[in-house]
Design a protein around this ligand. Structure first.
Ligand code: SF4
Ligand code: SF4
Length: 215
């Protein structure tokens, strides 16, 4: 916010802040209110994983459960943002790469402050999911070893060097290695499926799911 005010017109479209849902509710509401009140133009991305991930999955006022695990009301993040003066508030499915990139571009372009809420519960919070998806698989005949999926940082994906006959795809492209998905670690978010441009990852679902059905 301070940098946006200091740089004026030249800084437009350049200031993006990222904050988790628990930190936002503990210490991010006031700064966001200041951004709106002082007519700044930063874009804030609120990573709503419905838990306090950094300290061990404690409840917070956005989860709908008290610290003792009793059900309680849940702070509505959209209404809260509107109440403190942020008009432009969007929710996105962060497992949908195309949609997320589109919303990011649109909001960053705006001359007003905006809040993007990514609705992606922590994968370990089973109560937030209607179900997990089937694990995905690498098609070793198509993977060219470009590492786009590996670079996502997903713990289920590894890269394995190959040589000899394995150093060629089925249609004759050279490769130095291939990706591998460890099925027991993959809940099927389909992020890797979307970033692979070579058809090297197969969905386990009839219709590929971009993310999950959440509660
Ligand atoms: S599966 Fe696709 S994205 Fe991953 S390394 Fe192979 S070609 Fe690249
Ligand atoms: S579908 Fe998601 S969890 Fe599974 S390997 Fe791909 S990126 Fe990882």
């Amino acid at each position: 916010h301070g940098m946006a005010k200091a740089t004026g017109e030249a800084g437009k479209g350049k200031f993006v802040g990222v904050i988790g849902d628990s930190t936002f509710l503990h210490g991010g509401v006031h700064p966001l209110m200041d951004i709106g009140y002082n007519k700044s133009y930063a874009t804030i991305i609120l990573l709503d994983n419905r838990t306090t991930g950094m300290t061990g999955s404690q409840e917070h006022p956005g989860t709908g459960y008290t610290i003792r695990g009793e059900k309680t009301h849940k702070v509505d993040l959209v209404q809260l943002a509107h109440a403190i003066g942020i008009e432009s508030v969007r929710k996105v499915n962060p497992w949908n790469v195309e949609e997320t990139e589109k919303v990011l571009r649109e909001e960053i372009e705006k001359d007003v402050p905006s809040l993007i809420i990514t609705e992606g519960p922590c994968i370990l919070r089973q109560r937030e999911f209607k179900k997990y998806n089937k694990p995905l698989e690498v098609d070793s005949s198509k993977c060219i070893g470009c590492k786009s999926c590996v670079n996502l940082g997903c713990p289920a994906i590894s890269y394995q060097p190959v040589e000899g006959d394995m150093a060629l795809t089925a249609d004759g492209k050279k490769r130095k290695g291939i990706a591998h998905i460890e099925a027991t670690l993959c809940p099927g978010c389909h992020l890797c499926y979307q970033v692979c441009k070579f058809g090297g990852i197969q969905s386990g679902e009839g219709t590929p799911m971009l993310g999950f059905e959440v509660t």
